[in-house]
Design a protein around this ligand. Sequence first.
Ligand code: TYD
Length: 212
Amino acid sequence: MSALFLSLEGIDGAGKSSHLDAIEALLRAQGRTVTRTREPGGTPLAEQLRDMILKQPMDPLTESLLVFAARRDHIVQVIEPALARGDVVLCDRFTDATFAYQGGGRGFDTQVLATLERWAQARPDEGARLLQPDLTLWFDLPPEVAAARLADARTPDKFEAQSADFFRRVASGYAKRAAADPSRFVLIDANRTREEVWTQVAQAFQKRGIGA
Ligand code: TYD
């Protein structure tokens, strides 16, 4: 079976994490080997960077450089080797989150992000083609609903503590990325019951012959 790179995206509180176990189980039931991972993070070095990124105040360029440094290590150590083995890589967030949070939320220059993306995600054997997920599930719901869901849940980290306006900009950052690569993105309406959200996820997989 051929390698597959799946990513899950959405604003904080969108509920993507609550579907990860079920997605992994569905893929394993197909006989697939799943490498489940997350960003920022996924390697010892990248997890250390994650801790800094989520806790410490820093300017947007510093934040973007650290996010891409973590990503580069993750790609080299985990993602590319897993894809070379033919695994499914199931990744909780990837570069779309950088365009959404640093680009949209923080208003940082997306041209600079695109340059960092080209450096970090270059695949030497494939000319100009960058490493990107094959399929991205984008869990979308209004920032107010997401904030209400998060409020009961836990102590917010640096990003979760941001305003509804910040998350509106994050959502529009995701929308721009999706518009630029529509065949990769599947929009999941996350403002539904858990079962209804799962049905959309399962349908997205079926449509692409994954987990049919
Ligand atoms: P998240 O994936 O939501 O994990 P948890 O469920 O443990 O909170 O947290 C990661 C946070 O990092 C989230 O707020 C988005 C942010 N982030 C960025 O700002 N840029 C990035 O490139 C990535 C991958 C994440």
